[in-house]
Ligand binder design. Structure first.
Ligand code: ADP
Ligand code: MG
Length: 236
C-alpha cells in the first residue's frame, strides 16, 4: 500500500476506535443501571430511568450526526448564493438567538457572485459553524457574519492564484483553550455536555471538497473567528 493509503487506513482505525468508544460508554452506563434495577429486592427509582433515557438520547445523537455527516459527496452541483445559505441558517437558528438575546450582524460586499457547488452540504457546514458560535456566546452577545471577496491568496496545493469568497463567523463567546485549538478538527472532540464533536470535521471535509480551506482563530474567554475560504470558479 502507498504511504497515502497507509495514512488513510491509520486515520480510519483511529476513527473507528473513537466511534466504538463513544457508543460503548453510554451503553455501559445503561447496562449497569439495568443490572441494578433488575436485582432482586432492588427499589429502583425513576432517576435510574431518566439516566437510561439520556444515555439513549446520547447514542441517538451520535448516530444521527454520523448519518448526517457521513460521506458528504458533491452530488447535486449547482450555482447558488452563500448569502442565501447564511440567511436560511440564521433563520432556522432564530429561536436560540432570541433565547440568548444575541445580536447577529451581517456585513456583505455589495456584489457577491454566486458560487458553484453542493448547496445542501455547504448549508450544513455553515449552519454548524454559526450554531457553534451561538452556543459559545454569552447571553446578550454579538456575532458578526461577513462575506467578502479576497484575492491572490496562494492555495498551497496549486501554483495558481485564485479569488476566494471569504465567509467569516466571529463571536465574542467562550473561545477555545490554547491546548484545544489543534483538537477542533478531530472527530468526537467536544467540550459540550450534549455535543458530538462531528460538526467541524464535517464542515472542513465539505469545504475541502469545494477546494477551499478553513481557518480558526480563538482566544479563551474572548471569542472565536472561523473563516471559510471558497474558491470562485465555475467548476470543481
Ligand atoms: P460539537 O458542536 O458537537 O461540540 P463541533 O465539531 O461543531 O462539535 O465543535 C467541536 C468543539 O469545538 C466544540 O465542542 C467547542 O469546544 C469548539 N468550538 C467550535 N466552535 C466554537 C466557537 N465558535 N467558540 C468556542 N468553541 C468552539
Ligand atoms: Mg457543532
Amino acid at each position: 500500500a502507498s504511504k497515502y493509503e497507509k495514512q488513510n487506513i491509520e486515520k480510519l482505525s483511529i476513527l473507528f476506535a473513537s466511534m466504538a468508544h463513544e457508543i460503548k460508554n453510554p451503553l455501559g452506563v445503561i447496562k449497569g443501571i439495568i443490572q441494578l434495577i433488575t436485582r432482586e429486592n432492588s427499589n429502583y427509582d425513576w432517576e435510574a430511568f431518566k439516566i437510561i433515557f439520556s444515555e439513549v438520547e446520547r447514542i441517538e445523537k451520535i448516530i444521527q450526526d454520523l448519518l448526517d455527516y457521513s460521506n458528504p459527496q458533491l452530488v447535486n452541483l449547482d450555482s447558488f448564493s452563500v448569502i442565501d445559505l447564511i440567511n436560511e441558517a440564521t433563520g432556522s437558528l432564530l429561536p436560540v438567538v432570541k433565547e440568548k438575546s444575541l445580536l447577529i450582524l451581517k456585513e456583505y460586499d455589495t456584489t457577491i457572485p454566486q458560487i458553484f457547488g453542493d448547496r445542501e452540504s455547504l448549508y450544513k457546514a455553515i449552519f454548524n459553524i454559526i450554531k457553534n458560535s451561538i452556543e459559545a456566546s454569552y447571553v446578550g452577545g454579538k456575532i458578526d457574519i461577513r462575506v467578502r471577496i479576497v484575492v491572490d491568496i496562494k492555495y498551497k496545493e496549486k501554483d495558481k492564484d485564485y479569488n476566494y469568497l471569504l465567509i467569516e463567523v466571529e463571536d465574542s463567546g467562550e473561545g477555545v483553550k490554547e491546548e484545544d485549538i489543534q483538537k477542533l478538527f478531530t472527530p468526537f472532540f467536544t467540550t459540550k455536555p450534549k455535543g458530538t464533536g462531528l460538526g467541524l470535521v464535517y464542515s472542513q471535509k465539505v469545504v475541502m471538497e469545494h477546494k477551499g480551506f478553513m481557518r480558526v482563530k480563538s482566544e479563551y474567554k474572548k471569542g472565536t473567528k472561523v473563516s471559510i475560504y471558497l474558491p470562485m470558479r465555475d467548476s470543481l
